[in-house]
Design a protein around this ligand. Structure first.
Ligand SMILES: Nc1nc2c(ncn2[C@@H]2O[C@H](COP(=O)(O)OP(=O)(O)OP(=O)(O)O)[C@@H](O)[C@H]2O)c(=O)[nH]1
Ligand SMILES: [Mg+2]
Length: 429
């Protein structure tokens, strides 16, 4: 893989194909227009610290097997590269090793495809030990797939039939080194995860309901997390500001306590290597009683973003978790447009502005309603001598009425069957 430090400038040209054959448009059937997708790649480039100096979109029926873009287009871009002093050409698609190699030769610039751009952002942003290990694992796995490709392409370098040429021997060695590193990384990750497993167990035993924020990158998950928990997490107008998950207590206005998690955002074309490497972290965040799917209502591509998030959640086996959809950044839209969005989407849906703190009480009420969906209305006589039980009821249920007498109060509340049994036991014990 190329190294950022090899580049002489931070200028980049974005290139995309507008594929006309519907069958080849997009394997995931999520069809942003070529322009929208290229704009997103431009934002990814900026996140990486690059300056986008031009964008070239070519209409074709399918990618060129040798150079991805058409030969004439490649020449045109080579001219742009030298005119604009660009050191990078970013391709909004996935390149084969030979396409990547041929393009670099023809363009005289470092060529990165979408997967490589995203991997580099993750590498730049990972902070925790686990995050760093996961990113390196994803990167090495990606490199291994690339080497395998090169191997086939270069096997003709071998001396004769049945012998191995120097090129192939070197490749075999590179592959071995990569495989060794991959298994080392996997072992280190397992170790880190065993420690987390302990924390996770304790959390599960505490029986505090878990609520996770999910959504497309830059939708406003961390801003909402900060607004709800008061935790000073990084919120930034860049893609993938958050990589490592955070969990904090969120006390709802009613007194009910939940554990809220903020996590990494999704994006279309998220490299499989990354989903694989981050699987454990993601699955942990997604082991929730309830998801809050944060949608950037101000984005013109919000529908595609919702589809992407739902597809990744499906891939991670989290489709069945009850979900509240919040249309965030409501401050940037008219009330009418927001109402339409909420109405069209249906289900548990709400418009909010995390930045301005609008709609947060309504969100809390909706969260409580969802979490207590399987609860029953019950009455419990709580003696004043055991009054601390009332705060426990408040933390796991919802108190509707208190009727005070001489020695205690009758508490009318909503509790899940499990919590009801637990509280009843405490009262009689
Ligand atoms: N106008 C407006 N901007 C918002 C709102 N919520 C978040 N933002 C802005 O959107 C940008 C992204 O917010 P984040 O909270 O970092 O988004 P995120 O979903 O955590 O993004 P990643 O961690 O990168 O996936 C920031 O510039 C926020 O200030 C909102 O309600 N209104
Ligand atoms: Mg974030």
């Amino acid at each position: 893989m190329n190294n950022l430090s090899e580049a002489t400038s931070m200028k980049a040209i974005i290139c995309a194909l507008d594929i006309k054959a519907p069958r080849l448009r997009d394997m995931n059937e999520i069809s942003l227009t070529a322009e929208e997708s290229a704009q997103e790649l431009a934002r990814l480039a900026e996140t990486l610290g690059l300056e986008v100096v031009d964008t070239v979109i070519q209409e074709r029926f399918s990618p060129d097997p040798a150079t991805y873009l058409g030969k004439g287009k490649v020449q045109e871009i080579a001219g742009l590269v030298s005119d604009k002093g660009a050191s990078y050409v970013l391709i909004d698609g996935q390149l084969s090793p030979s396409q990547s190699h041929n393009l670099e030769e023809a363009l005289g610039a470092l060529v990165l495809d979408r997967t490589e751009v995203i991997l580099r952002i993750f590498a730049q942003r990972a902070k925790t030990k686990e995050g760093k290990l996961q990113v390196e694992l994803a990167t090495r796995r990606h490199e291994l797939t690339r080497l395998t490709g090169h191997g086939t392409a270069m096997s003709s370098l071998g001396g004769g039939i049945g012998t191995r040429g120097p090129g192939e021997q070197k490749l075999e060695m590179d592959r071995r080194v990569l495989r060794r590193r991959i298994s080392q990384l996997t072992r280190s990750l397992d170790k880190v995860r065993r420690v987390r497993e302990g924390q996770r167990k304790r959390r599960r035993q505490s029986r505090i309901p878990q609520v996770s924020l999910v959504g497309y990158t830059n939708a406003g998950k961390s801003t909402l997390f900060r607004a709800l928990t008061g935790e000073e997490v990084l919120c930034d107008d860049m893609l993938f500001a958050t990589l490592d998950p955070w969990t904090r207590r969120w006390v709802l206005p009613s007194g009910m306590v939940v554990l809220l998690s903020d996590t990494v955002g999704f994006i279309q074309g998220l490299p499989h290597e990354l989903v694989y490497a981050f699987r454990a972290t993601l699955e942990e965040s997604l082991e929730a009683n309830l998801l809050i799917h944060v949608v950037d209502a101000s984005s013109v591509t919000w529908i595609h973003q919702v589809e992407t998030v739902e597809a990744v959640l499906g891939e991670l086996g989290a489709s069945d978790i009850p979900t509240i959809t919040v249309f965030n950044k409501g401050d940037m839209l008219s009330e009418k447009d927001l109402d339409n969005m909420v109405m069209e989407t249906g289900g548990s849906t709400l418009a909010i502005s995390a930045l301005h703190g609008h709609g947060l009480d309504e969100l809390a009420a909706l969260v409580e309603e969802e979490l207590l969906a399987d609860s029953h209305l019950v009455s419990l006589l709580v003696p004043y001598s055991k009054w601390d039980i009332v705060s426990e009821i408040r933390a796991c249920g919802s108190i509707l009425d208190e009727a005070h007498g001489d020695s205690g109060a009758v508490i009318t509340c909503r509790l899940s069957p499990v919590e009801f049994q637990r509280i009843k036991k405490k009262l009689s014990g």
